[in-house]
Design a protein around this ligand. Structure first.
Ligand SMILES: Cc1cc2nc3c(=O)[nH]c(=O)nc-3n(C[C@H](O)[C@H](O)[C@H](O)COP(=O)(O)OP(=O)(O)OC[C@H]3O[C@@H](n4cnc5c(N)ncnc54)[C@H](O)[C@@H]3O)c2cc1C
Length: 509
């Protein structure tokens, strides 16, 4: 059934991938009417299940899910439950637990010195792996439970920003909305239709992920092989990951055939292996591009629609979910008329530099994967560095997103960081209080000045009197709906700065 011109929504989202679904739930939680338009009639595909669909979720993402009460559902789908990879659980003798990788160089979890991150609690989350099918199932259930409308089998084809609303064409029909967000992936139609620039660097390689049956699997040694043409990672009995430095020529160049995979595998392994059967196979490249802006009028971008890069290091989804978490509450306030549109400026200001950094992080990995003597030499140096405690901690900080700090114009050591999930003296955790997506003010027990400042905002801020025992000794804290510390008290600071933080992040002033 086509969508009808009479239907109006506060926000329309193009794309029901993980970013579109999470954003939809965030907007609905804040009270917006939300329509999601998805071109695929059926969300479930084999490529979204393990092993192809496995996605590493960073601590930043895990905390985001925890704040909305979604972590337990996600853990049930996790390849490795959170507790099993947390450092409090001893490794089996000889086991090296991985905390991610840089250009295929393993990051050993036990080498990471988490005590250096003073803005985080010692037992804060570490990464887990969950398949995309599981992530989408959890987010879909959440969105539907909150009352998001999802229309599948309709592709957004045109966008018209009329100034006071936006018209969206899809599947032969048209719908009007206050705002449109393109969460429609790397080849975003919304991005193109709304005239966003999208620039960056061309691909150097074609990446392959394939499920193969080999007649003589022993002819290839398991593990990573760096060769004169590219890299091969063989995980017996039948998973191969390959990168061939061909300028991305074979990505989407036609169907991926058994003969082609066999030829690539022979070239990279140097062995005359026979691929007797080919299961699932996909290709990708290391093309890295970033949208020139994240908002044009009433149209915004989030997730892969705003940034693409190689999947090396597993950061694209985490980056996109970070966009949705940052954007959801801000857009809801603007769409509902509670805050001025300038609140949305902080979305691009905070998120675009994060994407630019991650694009560079993925380019740096490609640079040491190139099949050249110089790149190989550099790779050996980087591997040595990652094997040290300093190196592993540095890489983990970047890959896990735990070093992310927004510049909110306040140099308190917690402000701008993801709020630590403090245990409070009433037995609750800070994250429990963020479930409903409202800002939270922990008033530190009994601070009259803090209470005075927050009084005009009590209808819009969850306030509670509790103390937390934190190494940084924070008394009172103001936490944005996305879990970012917007203000914190400190020695001889009293409530200074709280009024402007409330005005900025609660009123959008
Ligand atoms: C092999 C591989 C491994 C990866 N591993 C990781 C990892 O470990 N960790 C990580 O963080 N990231 C990883 N990524 C990246 C991650 O999968 C993506 O960044 C993430 O899926 C992007 O989510 P999204 O919702 O923005 O876009 P998508 O998942 O692409 O969803 C976009 C949705 O929009 C729909 N759509 C498209 N066009 C239209 C239209 N015109 N109208 C309506 N709907 C439309 C699509 O059907 C789709 O459902 C990996 C990627 C690959 C390829």
């Amino acid at each position: 059934m086509p969508i009808t011109p009479s239907s109006y929504h506060d926000v329309v989202i193009a794309g029901a991938g993980p970013v579109g679904l999470f954003l939809a739930a965030e907007l609905r939680l804040a009270g917006c009417s939300v329509l999601v338009i998805e071109q695929a009639p059926d969300p479930d595909t084999a490529a979204k299940h393990a092993p192809f669909g496995l996605r590493g979720l960073s601590p930043a993402t895990i905390e985001t899910f925890d704040r909305r009460g979604l972590l337990a559902a996600l853990e049930r789908r996790a390849a490795a439950p959170v507790a099993a990879v947390a450092s409090s659980v001893p490794a089996r003798p000889g086991e090296r637990r991985s905390g991610g990788h840089f250009a295929g160089i393993d990051l050993v979890l036990d080498h990471v010195d988490r005590a250096r991150w003073h803005h985080r609690l010692p037992d804060a989350a570490v990464p887990i792996a969950v398949d995309l099918a599981g992530i989408e199932a959890v987010l879909l259930a959440r969105a539907l439970e909150l009352g998001v409308t999802i229309r599948r089998g309709l592709a957004v084809s045109a966008v018209d920003d009329a100034g006071d609303h936006v018209r969206v064409r899809a599947g032969g029909g048209e719908v009007r909305a206050g705002w449109l967000v393109g969460c429609d992936g790397g080849r975003s139609v919304v991005r193109k239709a709304a005239g966003f620039g999208f620039t960056g660097t061309d691909p150097e390689f074609t990446g392959y992920f394939a499920e193969v049956t080999l007649t003589e699997p022993d002819r290839i040694t398991p593990g990573q092989h760096d060769t004169a043409a590219g890299t091969l990672l063989y995980a017996p009995p039948g998973i191969v990951r390959m990168a061939v430095f061909d300028g991305g020529a074979h990505h989407r160049a036609g169907p991926i055939t058994r003969d082609h995979i066999q030829a690539v595998l022979r070239r990279l392994s140097g062995a005359d292996v026979i691929v007797s059967a080919l299961g699932l196979a996909t290709t990708w490249t290391d093309r890295a591009c970033l949208a020139s802006s994240y908002r044009r009028g009433r149209v915004l971008l989030a997730g892969d629609a705003a940034h693409i890069h190689s999947p090396l290091g597993g950061q694209g989804l985490n980056l996109g979910l970070g966009d949705a978490s940052n954007l959801g509450w801000k857009l809801a306030r603007v769409a509902l008329g509670v805050a001025a549109p300038r609140l949305l400026d902080s979305y691009e200001r905070e998120r675009r530099p994060v994407a630019a950094q991650i694009l560079d992080w993925s380019r740096a990995q490609v640079a040491i994967m190139r099949p050249s003597p110089g790149a190989r030499a550099l790779r050996a140096v980087v591997a040595d560095l990652i094997a040290t405690r300093d190196g592993a901690t540095y890489v983990a900080e970047r890959v896990w997103g735990v070093g992310l700090r927004y510049d909110l114009g306040d140099d308190h050591p917690l402000v701008g960081y993801s709020a630590p999930d403090l245990t409070l003296d009433d037995g609750t955790r800070l994250n429990d209080h963020l479930r409903d997506g409202r800002p939270v003010l922990l008033d530190g027990g009994d601070d009259a000045a803090v209470r005075r400042e927050v009084a005009p905002y009590r209808d819009r801020v969850t306030c509670f009197a509790a103390r937390a025992d934190h190494p940084l000794g924070c008394g009172a804290l103001l936490v944005r709906p996305d879990g970012i510390v917007a203000w914190a008290s400190g020695e001889a600071r009293g409530a200074a700065g709280l009024a402007s933080a409330l005005s900025r992040w609660v009123s959008g002033g």
